[in-house]
Write a protein that binds this ligand. Structure first.
Ligand SMILES: O=P(O)(O)OC[C@H]1O[C@H](O[C@H]2O[C@H](CO)[C@@H](O)[C@H](O)[C@H]2O)[C@H](O)[C@@H](O)[C@@H]1O
Length: 257
């Protein structure tokens, strides 16, 4: 048994830290990144859970923190954005600066030119990373994968490609959800709590590994190979479970770890 797990099982084991992915987990997947819709009840449910967990609730997303704030309203939840390149715990905010990534900026411009001749492909420029989406042009999947790998060659080892749902994203190699969840767990109010991480995608797998190693609970939404220990069918099911938990119900996930 790991030291972390042993400590948590001996004391304070019922204190949870909740980490939630955004796209495909809290909100349904839609055709275009800009069209994502937040259920009107969700921010209030998250705020109630945040209170119940003494503040230990964070959104762990590939989106920029500014986007999460805009969609989730004024609550300003603790967050990790851009797969962990940005973070905010309380008033402690670190944002990634696009101007620190000049080589990537050049790649974004090249990708825009390439994609302008390919209807249906979408470039999502997130400043310190760029995503190439093919959800509206599934036949271009192989082209997008090859294009992302070619772009990576010009950037070198400081960057990597992260695949997701109908998307290839080029981002700094240092980014990773597992690492950022581990770093949150060293800080109050997360320190000493057992982590729960809920996600749906390849980018969430490192987060599942991190919470598994801490004796936490990992939940994957939907199908697909995963190291998560539990599954839920859809974001709507998750929202319902979170609503019940916030309303005073028990932890909605099995504790069979
Ligand atoms: O870490 P997440 O919060 O899950 O974000 C992962 C990526 O999600 C978004 O793309 C995905 O959702 C889009 C909207 O439903 C969908 O159109 C796209 O096909 C999916 O890949 C987002 O656009 C990316 O920036 C995030 O990295």
């Amino acid at each position: 048994m790991s030291e972390g797990l042993e400590t948590r099982l001996k004391g304070g084991g019922d204190k949870w830290a909740l980490f939630l992915d955004f796209d495909g987990t809290l909100v349904d997947i839609v055709e275009r990144p800009s069209e994502v819709v937040v259920d009107p009840e969700l921010p209030e449910v998250l705020a109630r859970l945040q209170e119940k967990l003494d503040g230990a609730l964070a959104i762990i997303s590939g989106r920029p923190i500014a986007f999460l704030d805009e969609r989730l309203g004024s609550s300003r939840f603790d967050s990790a954005g851009l797969h962990g390149l940005e973070h905010r715990i309380g008033d402690d905010l670190y944002l990634c600066q696009a101007e620190d990534h000049p080589a990537l900026r050049a790649v974004v411009e090249r990708l825009r030119e390439i994609v302008s001749a390919k209807p249906g492909l979408i470039i999502e420029d997130k400043g310190c990373s760029v995503a190439l989406h093919w959800r509206l042009a599934a036949h271009e999947k192989e082209f997008c994968i090859a294009t992302a790998h070619a772009a990576l060659e010009s950037l070198g080892p400081d960057y990597r490609v992260q695949f997701g749902k109908a998307v290839a994203e080029i981002l700094p190699s240092a980014a990773g959800k597992g690492k950022v969840i581990e770093s949150f767990l060293h800080e109050p109010p997360y320190r000493g709590r057992r982590p729960v991480f809920i996600g749906d995608d390849l980018t969430d797998e490192s987060g599942f590994k991190a919470v598994n190693a801490q004796g936490g609970i990992s939940v994957r939404i939907g199908l697909g190979d995963t190291v998560a220990h539990q599954r839920l069918g859809t974001p709507a099911e998750l929202r319902h479970s979170l609503l019940e938990w916030a309303a005073g119900g028990p932890l909605p996930f099995e504790r069979n770890i």
